[in-house]
Design a protein around this ligand. Structure first.
Ligand SMILES: [Fe+2]
Length: 285
């Protein structure tokens, strides 16, 4: 039992790194306030040790990432069928360290209202600032939050987009710190581009964010795709690091919601039901 970590946050799988960048030998990492030592053998085999524990941590290898847990997850890592489609571009986008709560990073990812103001002339532009109403549900069987029928006018929805389009979105939150969006693919009308954001909480107010994309795009180079995504995320980082309070309030009355916030309200309610407090201002009952 880790002191100060709620069970719902403890019993999850978290990305530690893109597997390909983990060096041979010993390297340091961190998860939920616990220092980790990563040991990679010359043959590629990896073990991860948490401070104060003799046994190595359980690990998983999925989506090109190394995943670990400090607890006992009830479920395996969430399914993502698009990851196994052979014609998709697999684009791991590196890692970004953010001085913010991991819950705030996920919530920002779900928010369309900031597009015209934070990602100006890329993911949004004035005067197209209104968020149309969309559907949100907590899917009980999967235990995931979904927002569907989301639309937004975007001057450049993706690197491969030629003109502004009204982009369709679906958002999915699989665990408190992992989320995926599905958005209109400019190159294939009947399929979605998939962008995942997997947050590794280092401490309550400090994280590493691991974005990943599975795209239908035959034109752009991988470097161009990564630069586009990093530009977007660095714009978000400025906002995230200046949000106050630093930790996410789970009490609904602390911040006044608008219609655009339906996904945020559902996300916070779902976190509260689970008893997630890591990176939140509320205290466990
Ligand atoms: Fe953003």
């Amino acid at each position: 039992m880790q002191i100060g970590i709620d069970q719902a946050s403890l019993n999850q799988w978290y990305v530690l790194d893109t597997e390909a960048v983990i060096p041979v030998g010993r390297s340091q990492n961190r998860l939920l306030g616990t220092d980790l030592t990563v040991v990679r053998q010359a043959d590629g085999a990896i073990e991860v040790f948490a401070e104060g524990r003799a046994e190595p941590l359980p690990l998983r290898h999925r989506f090109g990432f190394l995943w670990a847990t400090l607890g006992q997850p009830e479920r395996e890592i969430f399914p993502l069928p698009e990851a196994d489609e052979p014609d998709r571009r697999y684009v791991p986008c590196g890692v970004v360290t953010v001085k913010a709560s991991g819950l705030r990073i996920v919530e920002n990812f779900l928010d369309m209202a900031h597009f015209p103001f934070v990602h100006t002339d890329v993911l949004g532009a004035e005067p197209h600032t209104e968020v149309q109403s969309y559907d949100v549900e907590i899917r009980r069987e999967e235990d995931e939050v979904w927002a569907t029928n989301c639309t937004f006018f975007q001057p450049q929805a993706a690197l491969s987009a030629q003109d502004g389009i009204t982009t369709q979105y679906m958002y999915r939150v699989m665990t408190p710190f992992t989320t995926i969006l599905y958005k209109t693919c400019p190159n294939a009308t009947n399929r979605w581009d998939v962008i995942g954001l997997f947050v590794q909480p280092l401490d309550p107010g400090r994280c590493r964010a691991h974005p990943i994309m599975y795209l239908i795009d035959d034109v752009s180079t991988t470097t161009e795709l990564i630069h586009f995504q990093q530009m977007i995320f660095l714009q978000d980082r400025i906002i995230l690091e200046n949000q106050r309070p630093v930790l996410l309030p789970l009490e609904p009355r602390k911040e006044i919601p608008t219609r655009a916030d339906a996904s945020s309200i559902a996300y916070r309610r779902w976190l509260k039901e689970k008893g997630v407090t890591y990176g939140a201002t509320t205290v466990a009952a």
